[in-house]
Write a protein that binds this ligand. Structure first.
Ligand code: GDP
Length: 292
């Protein structure tokens, strides 16, 4: 996994010969610096200290193993499973610029090539920005996938409705729908998403409709707030973390899993459409701890 930003400091830390108070304070700092978040960093260090005391761990290998187990236990991962024999809908959420449109194309490519899903449709539900509609159409062309779109300013609920109806008519398996990442204000965004959500829930079979949130690894701690907002608005089923190839620290996966319990499914590792990896929590913890 591409996240290497904070492995280095933790690796250095575990080289120290002393595991006294200073070590724990430095560890807490390193975790915060890595975007693990103040609460989760403090709790991790406290638990590690207790575990070390209880299990009489005094070696660095022992402490590293204990921290690894502890961080791993916080993580939740789950692949996005499709229900066969019906239209599935992935409603893709996220603020502008996080890589939402690129991720939609990456997901379509993944489901087509890696999962053998033949009939996929894209729906341009971000009617707020004309550029978003054009970008999705372009990506659809590149992937030879139909894109259901209306004019800028159209009702996004109607676009999603069209996408689903069109999928039913064509016997398609999957609709991946874009949504606006910013409206005039947060209230308007939440209201619009709730409306789309209502339409989608009434048209799609139970279990075949999932809300996928896209978060940008370079956003750091703010991504926890974004996850909270979208989760409170419509409920998020799965998260894709983009730009993990950047210098991002990427530690926010830990507090998001721990505090919201939402599973991560994929990690974006570049700008190309093939740059999408299945989220592997063991590899992730390894990169956090600077194993490689
Ligand atoms: P949207 O506004 O959320 O739809 O974002 P876009 O899909 O247009 O992406 C914004 C920018 O992020 C573009 O330059 C993308 O190429 C880039 N991007 C998207 N995903 C990734 C990723 O995983 N890694 C890197 N390095 N760049 C990405």
């Amino acid at each position: 996994m591409a996240l290497t930003g904070f492995g280095k400091r933790l690796r250095e830390l575990f080289r120290s010969p002393e595991f006294g108070e200073e070590f724990y304070a430095d560890l807490e700092d390193a975790l915060i610096e890595a975007d693990v978040g103040v609460r989760t960093a403090a709790e991790s260090v406290e638990t590690l200290r207790e575990t070390a005391r209880r299990e009489r761990i005094t070696t660095r290998a022992g402490l590293r193993a204990a921290l690894r187990a502890q961080l791993r236990a916080y993580l939740v991962s789950q692949e996005i499973a499709l229900v066969p024999g019906t239209v599935n809908l992935l409603l893709v959420l996220g603020v502008n610029g996080v890589g939402k449109t690129t991720t939609i194309a990456k997901l379509a490519r993944h489901f087509k090539l890696a999962r053998g899903i033949e009939k996929i449709l894209l729906a341009a539900g971000d009617t707020f920005r004309a550029a978003a509609i054009d970008q999705l159409k372009l990506l659809g062309e590149r992937l030879s996938l139909p894109v259901i779109a209306q004019d800028p300013g159209a009702d996004p609920g109607a676009v999603v409705f069209d996408g689903i109806s069109s999928a039913v008519a064509r016997g398609a398996d999957l609709v991946i729908a874009d949504t606006a990442g910013r409206l005039h204000n947060r209230e308007a965004l939440v209201k619009e998403l709730a409306k789309i959500d209502k339409i989608a829930s009434s048209k799609i079979a139970p279990g075949a409709y999932k809300k996928v949130l896209v978060l940008d690894a370079t956003t750091g701690q703010n991504s926890l707030a974004q996850a909270e907002t979208f989760h409170a608005a419509v409920g998020v089923d799965s998260i894709v973390l983009t730009k993990a190839d950047s210098t991002a620290k990427g530690g926010m996966i830990v507090p998001i899993c721990r505090e919201l319990g939402i599973p991560f499914s994929f990690v974006g590792s570049g700008e190309k459409l093939e740059d999408l990896e299945i989220f592997d929590p063991d590899l992730y913890v390894a990169s956090l701890l600077g194993d490689s």
